[in-house]
Structure formats: structure tokens, C-alpha cells
Design a protein around this ligand. Structure first.
Ligand code: 6LC
Length: 406
């Protein structure tokens, strides 16, 4: 028989705190950068049972590193890996094949073409240069600085020439962070959105470029972004990954269910396409980013359940808005949710550990926090807290943190 408590019996491991952590509640353990903690158990990927100077409590795993010296040479932005992946065609093909995405950017250029005349534009993370080429062909900017860090930039230069846009589009190969330009720009356009809006944290590079290179009164495209959440059913995913173990081939495989939970439900499922009928309530914008100001990466929600069903988890997606520069012009929106054409981002599914039956009139309220992984800067943890208030039952409270990916 497998010893269930094996992990707790193992001798504690020493970890170093990478940054300060303030405990919320008596279950958590607060610490400061550089503190040495003893980790006694790792009951989940996110929260470890740890000790500091005789005090014991839960510590967030992503704040701890086993050996401070060990990773010093590693690049926490993982730029080699990140820009390496954008140096081949696979991801560019995926993005360009996404018509909703690409056509939205084209529409923004077309519907603002008069205002773009003689303007200085920066296309940050231009990839194959599609947005820069739209600008050059469909409007008359004085110059477009097409900035791209990956080796794709060499091909982009060729595409600009091939399409007769070299007078207007200047391709600059390098990271936005090290960019040097001869002037400030009037418009900063970028397609920086990752899964669940923020994954990859390219937005950080965009905001830095904004602060350095956007002139006063300049325009950001997108101008705003929102992360939307809905409580949902996910019957087929649940059956496929969890209910499966109940009776395969007439045998009881339920002892594998805790493993299945760990393996399939710890991280969110990218590439989920939610059927609108699986939404248990109307969706709610939980985080709204104004691209001109700095904001909190957390938000609250309150959902009112509209029909009885099984609450398996939350599905998230995002929208971005492009303000119009033309008098009376309409805002253009890219919506990656279930009521629009699917995009390459699809939606992101966060599964609860245990499904909960809910009924019309129940409320699900709580909050979401997106916390940047302090070491792996393109990664983040999404924490959801929820309280279900039901007329028939007492309230149920839950919380779960999802690493994306580390
Ligand atoms: C699109 C990412 C593109 O932006 C990709 O070609 C990548 O190499 C480039 N990029 C990302 N960050 C920077 C940066 N700091 N400086 C220069 N180029 C950058 C992401 N879009 C989706 N995930 N959809």
C-alpha cells in the first residue's frame, strides 16, 4: 500500500524567499526577501507548508527558490525561448490565420485612415509586419517603426520591400526595452494580448515603450482591455478527465482521481471553447485596463445564476477596444468570447476541484487576482475566491490558485 503521508514524513527542504510576502490570515506564513524557510510539505503546486523561525504556515511556492545561487545565470524573462518561438513561422501562421484578430486591426487602420495621415506610428512586436503594412497601404503615416525582437524581423524587412512599403515602414530588430528612436511617436499600436489577456506579460513591454516613446497626448491601440469571467459547466471536460476513472471497463479506478485532479485541473485549460449554453450566468468584466494609466490586476465579481446546473469552473476571455481618432467615429472592439467568432486565443477554463450544484437565483460572488510570478516574469498565478449563496443551502466558500504556467 502506498504511504499516504510520505511527503510529510520526508525531511524538510530549505528554500530562500525571493521577495516579501505578507500573510493574509493566520493560516499563511509571512516572510521577507532572503529569509530561509523550511518546507515541510507541498500539498498543492501553489501553497507549501513551511516554517520560519519556529512559526509555521502556508507560503506561496512561486516566492521561494531552492538554492539562491543555482539559477543566477538563467534569464527570468526566458527571452531566448520566448523570442526563439517567434523566430519561426508556427505562431505567426496561427496569428495571421486568425481572421477576427487580423481583420480587427485592419479595420482600425481603415476607419482611422484620415487621422493617421502624416503621423508617426510604432508597431510594437510587429512579427511579420502585418499591422505596419496595413498602415502603409491603407493610410498615409509619415513613418511606421516596426519593432520586433525575434529573428523574424529579417524576413519582415524583406516583406516590407516586397510589398513596396520600404519608404514608410522601418523595421527595427531589437527588444522594445532597448529601443532607440529618433523621435517620439503619435500612435503606439501593438497586438500584445496573451491567453487570459496577460499571459506572456508582453503588456509590460508595451507600457514601458509608452512611457518612453509615446508623445504627450499620443494614442494607444488597443486603448483599453477587459478580462471577462463567467461561472460555467464543463461536462464533457469533466467526464473525459475525472468521471472517466469511476468505472472504466467495469473496474473501480477512483483511487486515481486525486492524481487526475492534480494533473488536469491544477493549471487552467487554454484552448477551451465554451458553448454559450454552458454559461451559468451573464458574464462579468472583472478587470478593466485603461492603457493610458496603471491599474490593479485584480477585480471583484458577482454572478447571479440563471438556471440550475453544475458549477464546474470559471471560463475567462478578453476584449480590447480601439478608440476612434475621427470625429464621430466608432470604437472598434475585438471580442474573444463565446458570442463572437472563435479566435486563436479561444477561452481559458479554470476547473474547481469539485463540481457544485447550483440553482437559479443563487449568487456566486468573489474576486480574482492575477499575480505575476516573481521569478518567471512571463508567468502568473490566477487566484479565484468565491462564495456561493443559495436559498436552499448554507453558503459555500472556496478558493483556488492556478499557475500559468510556472
Ligand atoms: C505577439 C508577439 C510578437 O511581439 C512576437 O513577434 C514577439 O517576438 C514580439 N515581441 C514581444 N515582446 C517584445 C519586445 N519586448 N520587444 C520587441 N518585440 C517583442 C504576441 N501576440 C499574441 N500572443 N497574440
Amino acid at each position: 500500500m502506498q504511504a499516504e503521508k510520505e511527503e510529510e514524513e520526508a525531511s524538510p527542504e530549505e528554500y530562500v524567499a525571493l521577495c516579501d510576502f505578507t500573510a493574509r490570515g493566520s493560516e499563511q506564513l509571512g516572510f521577507s526577501t532572503g529569509d530561509k524557510l523550511l518546507v515541510h510539505a507541498k500539498p498543492s503546486a501553489d501553497w507549501w507548508w513551511a516554517e520560519l523561525q519556529g512559526v509555521i504556515g502556508y507560503a506561496p511556492a512561486s516566492y521561494l527558490r531552492q538554492d539562491a545561487a543555482e539559477d543566477e545565470d538563467e534569464d527570468p524573462w526566458q527571452d531566448d525561448e520566448y523570442f526563439g518561438s517567434y523566430g519561426t513561422l508556427r505562431l505567426h501562421l496561427e496569428m495571421l490565420s486568425d481572421r477576427s484578430r487580423t481583420e480587427t486591426y485592419r479595420q482600425v487602420i481603415v476607419s482611422n485612415s484620415a487621422s493617421l495621415r502624416n503621423k508617426v506610428v510604432m508597431d510594437l512586436g510587429c512579427g511579420t509586419g502585418i499591422i505596419s503594412l496595413f498602415c502603409a497601404q491603407l493610410a498615409q503615416p509619415s513613418v511606421v517603426y516596426a519593432v520586433e525582437a525575434s529573428s523574424m524581423a529579417e524576413h519582415t524587412r524583406q516583406l516590407v520591400k516586397q510589398n513596396g512599403c520600404e519608404e514608410v515602414v522601418t523595421v527595427l530588430q531589437g527588444r522594445a526595452e532597448e529601443l532607440e528612436l529618433p523621435e517620439q511617436v503619435d500612435i503606439l499600436v501593438s497586438e500584445w494580448m496573451g491567453n487570459c489577456l496577460l499571459f506572456e506579460f508582453m503588456v509590460e513591454s508595451v507600457l514601458l515603450a509608452r512611457d518612453r516613446w509615446l508623445r504627450d497626448g499620443g494614442v494607444m491601440w488597443p486603448s483599453s482591455a477587459a478580462l471577462t469571467l463567467v461561472p460555467c459547466q464543463a461536462d464533457s471536460y469533466y467526464s473525459e478527465k475525472m468521471a472517466f476513472w469511476e468505472r472504466p471497463y467495469g473496474l473501480d479506478f477512483t483511487p486515481l482521481q486525486p492524481l487526475a485532479q492534480q494533473e488536469f485541473f491544477t493549471k487552467p485549460k487554454f484552448s477551451h471553447l465554451i458553448d454559450p449554453k454552458d454559461c451559468l450566468s451573464a458574464p462579468c468584466d472583472v478587470i478593466c485596463l485603461n492603457m493610458y494609466t496603471v491599474q490593479e490586476m485584480e477585480g471583484e465579481f458577482k454572478f447571479c445564476v440563471v438556471k440550475p446546473g453544475v458549477f464546474h469552473g470559471f471560463t475567462a476571455w478578453f476584449t480590447v477596444q480601439f478608440e476612434s481618432l475621427e470625429a464621430g467615429g466608432a470604437t472598434v472592439e475585438l471580442d474573444t468570447g463565446p458570442n463572437s467568432d472563435p479566435t486563436h486565443w479561444k477561452q481559458t477554463l479554470f476547473m474547481l476541484d469539485k463540481p457544485i450544484h447550483v440553482y437559479g437565483g443563487d449568487s456566486i460572488r468573489g474576486n480574482i487576482v492575477l499575480r505575476r510570478n516573481p521569478v518567471w516574469r512571463r508567468h502568473m498565478t490566477v487566484t479565484l475566491h468565491w462564495t456561493i449563496n443559495s436559498s436552499s443551502d448554507n453558503c459555500q466558500v472556496g478558493t483556488k490558485s492556478f499557475p500559468m504556467w510556472k
